[in-house]
Design a protein around this ligand. Sequence first.
Ligand code: AMP
Ligand code: ZN
Length: 492
Amino acid sequence: MVGKLKVFNSLTRKKEDFLPLNPPYVGMYVCGPTVYSNVHLGNVRTFLSFDVISRYLRFCGYKVRYVRNITDVGHLLDSGEDKISKKAKLENLEPMEIVQMYANDFHEVMATFNAMPPDIEPSAIGHLMEQLVMIKDLLKNGFAYESNGSVYFDVEAYNKKHPYGILSGRKIEDLISDTRDLDGQEDKRSPLDFALWKKAAPEHIMRWETEWSDGFPGWHLECSVMSTKYLGEEFDIHGGGMDLKFPHHECEIAQNAGTHGKQGAKYWLHTNMLTVNGQKMSKSLGNSFLPCELISGDHELLDRGYSPMTIRFFMMQSHYASTLDFSNDALEASRKGYIRLANGMRVLKEMEWVEDDGQTDQDQVDQILRLCDDCYHAMNDDFNTALTIGHLFNLVKKINSLHTGHLKFGEIGNEVFDKMKQTFIGFTEDVLGLKIESDVNYEHLLQTILEEYKTAKFNRDFDKVDKLRAELKSEGIVVKDMKDKVEWAFEE
Ligand code: AMP
Ligand code: ZN
C-alpha cells in the first residue's frame, strides 16, 4: 500500500486521523437490511460503498472480517408495529417466510451488482440469547430498568458516567428539550430512553417468553450484540447509512459502553443518501426505484435501462460521504464512463509487453508511475472512489496510446508496463468491482457465422467450411447440415 490509510472518523471528527489498522486483520461491521420488502437503490448505494471499502482493504493485503447483519425482528414502524410482523399479517405468511423472501431478494440484488458477500451474516433472531445476556448486564450495571414488562435503556443514568451523544454531537439537555413526547410508550422514564426488550401487544406475532414478559428485543440491541460477538469489544470499522448515525449508532455506543466500558468501533463510517430531485430515496416517500426497474428501464422517471455495471459505476463516481442525486443524465454519463474503463480493461488484458524500437521516455515513465500511486492515494484518503476513477481514466489514455502505437512499449519499459497493468486491472476489477459485462447478442452473432458457413458451402469453399466448423466446435457448438438448411446444437 502506498502511504497511510486515512479515514474520516465521525466519532472524533478529526479528518487528519489515521486508521491504526494492524495488518493483517481488520474487523468491519455494517448494519444490514431489515428484510420486510425489496431493497431499493438507496440501500444498494450504502451496501456497495462498504463492498468497495472491504475490497480495498483486502486488496492492500489486510485480512478482513466483514460482518453484515440481517434485521429480522425488532425494527418498528412509526406506528409502533414490527415491520416484518406487519408484512407477514398483510401477506398472510409466516414472519420467517417474509424474512427469507426478502433476504433472498437482497442477496440476488447484491450479486447482480457484483458485491462480495460478507464473511458472517448473523441475524437478530439467531442471537436472541446473546441479547438477553446484554440486557441482564445493562440491568446489573444500573443502565437499564424494567417497567411494565419492558426493559429500557436509562439514558440519563448512562450520561452521568459516559457522554451520551458523542457520535452525533448531540447534547442530552437539547435532546430532552426537543423531545417531550413519550411516543406512546408511557412506561418509559424519559423520552430519550429506548427499548432493550419490549412487551408484545396481543396482536404482535413475533414474541418470546422471558422473565420480563412475552416480548421481543429492541432494534439497537442486535448490532451491539453481534458486533461484539464476532469482532470483539473494540474493532476497526462500523458502517451504515447517515440516517443510522442517530439514534441507532448512538444507542449502540451507549449499550456497548454500558455493558463492557468500550464504545465498540474505533471508526464510524456513514454513507450519504442517494437522492431523487434532492430528496432522500426511501420507500416511505414513494420515490424509490427497485434495482430491476433501473436495469429494465421500466419506470416513468427513466429514459432507458442501464446495466448493473453502469449502475455500480454511477455509485462509485461520487465519494461515499457525499449525496448522490439520481438523474438520467448522470446515468448516461456513467454508462459512457463505465464503457471507457471496460474498454481499457479489455485492451489491457490482451496486451503483453513486446520489445520495440522505443527508447526510455522518463517523462512517460514518471506520469504512469504517478497515476498508479495516485490510485492508492485517492483510496487511502477516506476511500475516495471518485478521485480514483479520475486517475483510472488518465491511465486509459496511456493504454490507448500503447494500443494505437502512439506510445511505444520501449518508451515505458517492461516493469512500468506490468505495474500499470496490475494497478489498472486491480483497481477497476478488484477494488471498484467493475467487471467486464457485455450486452453482445451471441445468438445473433452465431446466426451471422452460420450464414457465412452456408455461403461457403454453396461456393464449395470446403477449406472455409472446415475452418468455421472447427472454430464453432472449439466453443462447444456443432453445426448440423440438414437437407435444405443448416442448424446448430450444443455439443454433447
Ligand atoms: P434499512 O433496510 O431501511 O434499514 O436500510 C438499509 C441501509 O440502507 C441503511 O444503512 C440505510 O441507512 C441505508 N439507506 C436507506 N435509504 C438510503 C438512501 N436513500 N441512500 C443511501 N442509503 C440509504
Ligand atoms: Zn445496526
